[in-house]
Write a protein that binds this ligand. Sequence first.
Ligand SMILES: *Cc1c(COP(=O)(O)O)cnc(C)c1O
Length: 391
Amino acid sequence: MDHLMNVYKRVPVSFERGEGVWLMDPAGDRYLDALSGVAVCNLGHAHPAVTEAIQQQAAKLIHTSNLYHITNQELLAERLCRLTGLAKAFFCNSGMEAVETALKLIRLYGHQKGIELPQVVVMQGAFHGRSFATIAAGGSAKAQGGFQPLMPGFIRIPYNDIPALKNIAQTHSNIAAVLVEPVQGESGIQVPDQNYLNEIRTICHQQEWLMAIDEVQTGLGRTGTLYAYQANAILPDILMTAKALANGVPIGACLATEAVASLFTAGSHGSTFGGNPLATAAALATLQAIEQDKLWENAAKQGAALLTGLQARLKDHPHIKAIRGKGLMIGIELDRHCRDIILTGLKRRLLFTVSHETVIRLLPPLIIQAEHVQQIIDTLSLIIDEFTVHP
Ligand SMILES: *Cc1c(COP(=O)(O)O)cnc(C)c1O
């Protein structure tokens, strides 16, 4: 600990082993994981098919660089394109890099249209990562604090506000794209109106702006469809995916239509590790498992049960302001700062986090079953009572 840079407020526990929805500490105590490593281990821990794919690939070949063809990478691109309706993929190692890739494509698109200083419309409360470009795109003053000068090229409007988007279309002629999350996770689980993405799609078509959707957190089944935009029956021009793509092995991808992807030429962009044989083997096994069991359906079903169960149990609770979510992305907003409720949760062996100071954030693995849902409802009610009586 003494030799780690101080950028995380860590919860005082470590884990030695995981199995499905459970994490085990060194003493052998078992915790119900309702966070999934922040929406990463969607298949739960130590998923046998992913473990086997990693083991087999590691024994054969881990890395060769993108100087050579990588069969697994080509297979993964083909699979993601089939699943999303997009045409081309670029692989990197994290969500933030996927967003950086998208922003580069957007700049190229803007310049191609003759816009000298292309701007990207971004949202209040947005989170897109921790690089200079992505903190500038994000809406958190805390994430930007001390890191000025911020990268220029962003215009911010409120989330879920179509009139605001129409308004800036009238006042700005240098916009190249809109970058949006289907549900905002980091800012406390903000679920927009059902037609929000459809309306953005229409405006982007009319204005000839690109629509870029950040599904780093919402993707891979989390909100009840494989990608959240698929519930809206639209197709974005650019899609970013990462977190759960290889169930914990670092990987990210930026997907795009043929027209947008063709803005890149050899040498425009790249990554040393991006899409290496190991990460793409893990991702192929992860996608296979998600598809085979149609896990987005379980996310929709268990997510609805969890949301209605929490609402039924807690709706009259004097310290709860709202309970909201989509699929297995659920937030419970308290009337006070509640970071320390994580510690009350730890005592009761339930793992979750807190966003935006006041929102308990649940992101359980997509494999959870009715008994786990019930356990989360029962335990969390107890935890909230304990915390609000003796904070
Ligand atoms: C987590 C997240 C990112 C950043 O991903 P990293 O892998 O941490 O770089 C970007 N966008 C969204 C919506 C996220 O939830």
